[in-house]
Design a binder for this molecule. Structure first.
Ligand SMILES: CC(C)(COP(=O)(O)OP(=O)(O)OC[C@H]1O[C@@H](n2cnc3c(N)ncnc32)[C@H](O)[C@@H]1OP(=O)(O)O)[C@@H](O)C(=O)NCCC(=O)NCCSC(=O)C[C@H](O)C(=O)O
Ligand SMILES: [Mg+2]
Length: 288
């Protein structure tokens, strides 16, 4: 059964920023990532952890999926972050810089040892060249691993690549991550767009990510929510087209044919599967 929970817009917020944590309760994000890693300075880690875990445990985020990004496996904060997150019971623990299946197993063991509830999934961030070469192994290392999240800032840094419109230097990596996630049947989210004032560039990148097949995009600012939600949702035209495809194929089947045409284009079973997926995604968004 594919995981159809809407994750169009997945907003990071600095775990030490009480104002942002409060503001997120009223934001139209499908998912929140309360961050304990890069946006929290070393001397604020303990306070940030306490604040984030109290926010998650409060249950004040309504329908939104709430996750905690802990510090990396080999940091001095990982063990305590996981213990505190397990007690708070978020929908997922997001772990940065995962680059092997063995690390996924270690994360799962840490969650189990900390008594994390069964509903707390693992989301692995893939953001190193090694991770890109191993995305399938990582994505399929555990049933508890639900989502791969691209970290395009770290990846560009490791590659010595530049951030340019169209993301030419990252395209191979985006494709490899998608291949790995889809081969393992997992959800995959695109990385962030750093210029929070450039909404045109942001919309172009969301459109590119959707065309690639990403399920949604990670975000850093509330102003990115509305365009992202709209670009990653099936449009009215796509929904109408999906219905047309299903109806045309049903009609063809009723007369013993396994192929039909809609607006001059060939329709086979696989197109019907795709059309059903579009309708299921639209329904899941409607049901939120
Ligand atoms: C990017 C920012 C630092 C910009 O901050 P600022 O200039 O202060 O924004 P605004 O003044 O426009 O903010 C307006 C109001 O919105 C609230 N706000 C801003 N950002 C968020 C947010 N992410 N979540 C919730 N609320 C937010 C402000 O508090 C203002 O509210 P009000 O005062 O009531 O008007 C800032 O947006 C920010 O810190 N963003 C998140 C940064 C972050 O979490 N970074 C880490 C994750 S990204 C990453 O690590 C990528 C990955 O690992 C990789 O490798 O690529
Ligand atoms: Mg990163």
């Amino acid at each position: 059964m594919p995981d159809l929970r809407p994750r169009r817009s997945v907003l990071y917020m600095p775990g030490a920023n009480a104002r942002a944590l409060e503001k997120a309760k009223g934001l139209d994000a499908d998912t929140l990532i309360l961050d304990l890693e890069d946006s929290v300075t070393p001397d604020a880690k303990a306070d940030g952890r306490a604040q984030v875990c109290a926010a998650v445990a409060s249950g004040d985020y309504g329908r939104r999926e709430v996750t905690i990004r802990v510090n990396g496996l080999d940091t001095e904060w990982f063990a305590e972050d996981v213990r505190a997150a397990a007690a708070a019971g978020p929908d997922a623990v997001v772990v940065p810089k995962v680059d092997s299946a063995a690390q996924v197993v270690r994360i799962e063991e840490a969650l189990v040892a900390a008594g994390a509830p069964a509903h707390t999934a693992i989301w692995a961030m893939v953001e190193t060249p090694l991770a890109m070469l191993r995305t399938f192994e990582i994505a399929s290392a555990s049933d508890r691993l639900a989502v791969l999240v691209l970290g395009t800032n770290d990846l560009a840094k490791e590659l010595h690549a530049e951030h340019v419109p169209g993301r030419g230097p990252l395209l191979a990596a985006l494709s490899m991550a998608l291949l790995g996630a889809r081969a393992a049947g997992k959800v995959i989210l695109d990385g962030v767009y750093n210029d929070v004032r450039d909404l045109d560039g942001f919309a172009e990148e969301c459109t590119q990510a959707r065309q690639f097949g990403f399920d949604g995009k990670t975000l850093i600012h509330p102003g990115q929510l509305e365009p992202c939600n709209s670009i990653f949702a099936p449009s009215e035209e796509e929904i109408a087209q999906a219905r047309k495809v299903i109806d045309a194929f049903d009609e063809a089947k009723a007369t013993g044919r396994g192929v039909a045409t809609v607006d001059g284009r060939m329709i086979e079973n696989l197109h019907v599967d795709n059309a059903r997926r579009v309708l299921a995604v639209a329904a899941a968004i409607e049901d939120r």
